[in-house]
Design a protein around this ligand. Structure first.
Ligand SMILES: [Cu+2]
Length: 165
Protein backbone atom coordinates (compact mmCIF):
# COMPACT_ATOMS: atom_id res chain seq x y z
CA UNK A 1 0.00 0.00 0.00
CA UNK A 2 1.31 3.42 -1.01
CA UNK A 3 1.94 6.01 1.63
CA UNK A 4 -0.15 9.15 1.21
CA UNK A 5 1.90 12.09 -0.15
CA UNK A 6 2.45 14.59 2.62
CA UNK A 7 0.83 17.99 1.93
CA UNK A 8 4.09 19.76 2.85
CA UNK A 9 5.90 17.92 0.07
CA UNK A 10 3.18 18.81 -2.42
CA UNK A 11 3.34 22.48 -1.35
CA UNK A 12 7.14 22.50 -1.66
CA UNK A 13 6.96 20.97 -5.11
CA UNK A 14 4.43 23.58 -6.26
CA UNK A 15 6.60 26.40 -4.90
CA UNK A 16 9.70 24.93 -6.50
CA UNK A 17 7.99 25.10 -9.89
CA UNK A 18 5.95 28.29 -9.44
CA UNK A 19 8.61 30.62 -8.02
CA UNK A 20 11.03 30.35 -10.98
CA UNK A 21 8.11 30.82 -13.40
CA UNK A 22 7.00 34.00 -11.59
CA UNK A 23 10.58 35.33 -11.57
CA UNK A 24 10.90 34.56 -15.29
CA UNK A 25 7.60 36.33 -16.02
CA UNK A 26 8.88 39.45 -14.26
CA UNK A 27 12.14 39.37 -16.23
CA UNK A 28 10.18 39.15 -19.46
CA UNK A 29 7.61 41.77 -18.49
CA UNK A 30 6.00 43.60 -21.39
CA UNK A 31 7.68 46.92 -22.20
CA UNK A 32 5.94 50.09 -21.07
CA UNK A 33 6.24 51.51 -24.59
CA UNK A 34 7.14 50.15 -27.99
CA UNK A 35 7.76 51.44 -31.50
CA UNK A 36 7.61 49.34 -34.67
CA UNK A 37 9.73 50.95 -37.38
CA UNK A 38 9.10 50.85 -41.13
CA UNK A 39 9.83 53.01 -44.15
CA UNK A 40 6.09 53.47 -44.74
CA UNK A 41 5.86 55.47 -41.49
CA UNK A 42 8.37 58.08 -42.66
CA UNK A 43 7.05 61.45 -43.84
CA UNK A 44 7.04 61.22 -46.82
CA UNK A 45 7.05 57.37 -46.95
CA UNK A 46 10.31 55.62 -47.90
CA UNK A 47 10.43 52.46 -50.03
CA UNK A 48 12.75 50.11 -48.10
CA UNK A 49 12.89 46.57 -46.74
CA UNK A 50 14.25 47.91 -43.46
CA UNK A 51 12.41 47.06 -40.24
CA UNK A 52 13.08 47.77 -36.60
CA UNK A 53 11.71 47.70 -33.12
CA UNK A 54 12.32 49.83 -30.05
CA UNK A 55 11.18 48.77 -26.59
CA UNK A 56 11.13 51.03 -23.54
CA UNK A 57 10.94 50.24 -19.83
CA UNK A 58 10.16 53.09 -17.46
CA UNK A 59 11.72 52.89 -13.97
CA UNK A 60 9.41 52.73 -10.93
CA UNK A 61 10.29 56.32 -9.99
CA UNK A 62 9.81 57.57 -13.56
CA UNK A 63 13.34 59.00 -13.64
CA UNK A 64 14.85 56.70 -16.26
CA UNK A 65 13.76 55.05 -19.46
CA UNK A 66 15.69 51.94 -20.50
CA UNK A 67 15.55 51.10 -24.19
CA UNK A 68 16.60 48.49 -26.71
CA UNK A 69 16.57 49.22 -30.44
CA UNK A 70 16.90 46.53 -33.10
CA UNK A 71 17.17 46.98 -36.85
CA UNK A 72 17.09 44.58 -39.79
CA UNK A 73 17.46 44.64 -43.58
CA UNK A 74 19.05 48.06 -43.47
CA UNK A 75 22.36 49.46 -44.73
CA UNK A 76 24.65 52.33 -43.78
CA UNK A 77 22.99 53.43 -40.53
CA UNK A 78 24.21 56.83 -39.39
CA UNK A 79 22.02 57.82 -36.42
CA UNK A 80 18.81 57.14 -34.54
CA UNK A 81 16.70 59.42 -32.37
CA UNK A 82 13.50 60.04 -30.54
CA UNK A 83 11.69 62.96 -32.13
CA UNK A 84 8.52 64.65 -30.93
CA UNK A 85 5.61 64.87 -33.37
CA UNK A 86 2.33 63.14 -34.08
CA UNK A 87 1.89 60.42 -36.70
CA UNK A 88 2.33 61.85 -40.20
CA UNK A 89 4.27 64.90 -39.01
CA UNK A 90 8.04 65.46 -38.72
CA UNK A 91 9.36 66.93 -35.48
CA UNK A 92 12.61 67.84 -33.72
CA UNK A 93 15.15 65.45 -32.16
CA UNK A 94 14.72 65.25 -28.37
CA UNK A 95 17.02 62.27 -27.55
CA UNK A 96 19.75 60.23 -29.29
CA UNK A 97 19.45 56.44 -29.33
CA UNK A 98 22.37 55.72 -31.70
CA UNK A 99 24.98 56.90 -31.08
CA UNK A 100 24.20 58.04 -27.53
CA UNK A 101 25.13 61.62 -28.44
CA UNK A 102 26.08 63.52 -31.60
CA UNK A 103 27.84 63.37 -33.99
CA UNK A 104 26.39 60.64 -36.21
CA UNK A 105 28.58 57.52 -36.67
CA UNK A 106 28.25 55.52 -39.90
CA UNK A 107 27.92 51.73 -39.63
CA UNK A 108 29.03 50.78 -43.16
CA UNK A 109 27.11 48.08 -45.01
CA UNK A 110 24.29 45.76 -43.96
CA UNK A 111 23.04 45.73 -40.40
CA UNK A 112 20.86 43.18 -38.60
CA UNK A 113 20.62 43.08 -34.84
CA UNK A 114 20.71 45.24 -31.74
CA UNK A 115 21.61 48.76 -32.84
CA UNK A 116 21.56 50.32 -29.40
CA UNK A 117 20.70 49.70 -25.76
CA UNK A 118 20.81 52.18 -22.93
CA UNK A 119 19.03 54.26 -20.35
CA UNK A 120 17.68 57.76 -20.93
CA UNK A 121 17.36 60.28 -18.10
CA UNK A 122 16.56 64.00 -18.01
CA UNK A 123 20.22 64.61 -18.90
CA UNK A 124 19.66 62.76 -22.21
CA UNK A 125 17.07 65.26 -23.41
CA UNK A 126 18.00 67.70 -26.17
CA UNK A 127 16.54 70.43 -28.33
CA UNK A 128 13.12 71.58 -27.20
CA UNK A 129 13.28 69.22 -24.16
CA UNK A 130 16.85 70.12 -23.09
CA UNK A 131 16.91 70.89 -19.36
CA UNK A 132 13.38 69.57 -18.89
CA UNK A 133 12.34 66.62 -16.69
CA UNK A 134 12.08 63.16 -18.27
CA UNK A 135 8.37 63.29 -17.36
CA UNK A 136 7.88 65.71 -20.28
CA UNK A 137 9.12 63.12 -22.76
CA UNK A 138 6.95 60.45 -21.09
CA UNK A 139 3.93 62.77 -21.36
CA UNK A 140 4.63 63.27 -25.09
CA UNK A 141 4.91 59.49 -25.56
CA UNK A 142 1.62 58.88 -23.70
CA UNK A 143 -0.31 61.18 -26.04
CA UNK A 144 1.24 59.63 -29.18
CA UNK A 145 3.50 62.59 -29.79
CA UNK A 146 6.91 60.87 -30.02
CA UNK A 147 8.57 58.58 -32.54
CA UNK A 148 11.80 56.69 -33.13
CA UNK A 149 13.56 56.87 -36.45
CA UNK A 150 16.75 55.51 -37.98
CA UNK A 151 18.72 57.55 -40.50
CA UNK A 152 21.04 56.12 -43.17
CA UNK A 153 23.55 57.65 -45.55
CA UNK A 154 21.18 56.99 -48.48
CA UNK A 155 18.18 58.36 -46.52
CA UNK A 156 19.61 61.16 -44.37
CA UNK A 157 16.10 62.39 -43.49
CA UNK A 158 15.22 58.98 -42.05
CA UNK A 159 14.81 55.50 -43.58
CA UNK A 160 12.35 54.01 -41.08
CA UNK A 161 10.15 55.33 -38.35
CA UNK A 162 7.75 54.14 -35.68
CA UNK A 163 5.47 56.05 -33.34
CA UNK A 164 6.16 55.18 -29.67
CA UNK A 165 3.04 53.76 -28.07
CU1 LIG B 1 16.15 61.18 -36.22
Amino acid sequence: MKKPIKPIIVASAILAIAVPIIVLMQLQAAPDFKATLAGANEVPPVATQATGEATFFLSQDGMSLTFKLTAANIENITQSHIHTAATGVNGPVVAWLYPSAPPAVLIPGAFNGVLSEGTLTADSLRGVLAGRPLAELIAAIRVGNAYVNVHTSQRPGGEMRGQIQ
